[in-house]
Design a protein around this ligand. Sequence first.
Ligand code: HEM
Length: 226
Amino acid sequence: MRLLQTFSTSIGTKILIAVTGLGLTVFLLTHLAGNLLFLAGPDAFNRYAHTLTSNPLIYVAEAGLLAVFFVHIAKTLSNYLANRAARPVAYTTHRWAKTKNPASRKSWASTTMVVTGSIMALFVVTHLQTFKFGPVYEGADGIRDLYRLQMEIFGQPAYVVFYLMAMALIFSHLWHGIVSATQSLGWYHPQWTPRVIVAGRVLTALIAGGFFMIPIYTFLLSRSAQ
Ligand code: HEM
């Protein structure tokens, strides 16, 4: 009960947003690592997906992931609405809009967090429809041929463009989100904070860059296979 009350305060809300955001970043890293197996060919990719989905613990992991997504979105929205109610008129000009307030830490990425986050939530729904709940092709060894589905999807330029746009939003969201999360958790150190900021940006570039590369690679592969 006390814990629930703590997480309802403004500081508790920020901590929850930060912890769930970092959790989702870890998910993205592992998801990217699995998806990169696509480069190793149909056998490795389909086997990996089959091993993952045939493990009964996947249901526990999926329920946990859903809960983390839910808390992250619900807490971000409640924090956003509380901030708006407390400050109905914006008083800062943004750095990207040539601010008159040089002390402002606001950037294009930070002010669009709610927008990029909301579009990403919609992206995840269509993404699950396309892949997880998409057509099930059976491979030669009787397991799901996800490789074929991915070739079919990213063989279509419209999907490639859609995914690249979505990955650009993920880049923007993580660019601000990862660094902001470490600050919400109070990890401040005069020497280490600048390094943490650089590490957060490198991680962002790796995740978004990896996800950027996959649709393009698959598109080129599907064209050369024709
Ligand atoms: C090029 C980018 C991406 C590709 C090719 C890709 C591919 C896939 C595939 C093939 C699956 C189905 C796995 C299975 O059912 O066995 C999947 C599931 C999923 N993807 Fe992605 N993904 C990409 C980016 C993303 C991003 C950016 C997010 C989140 C923002 C995301 C979130 C998810 C989630 C939540 C699942 C369901 C996981 C589960 O239920 O176990 N994906 N993805």
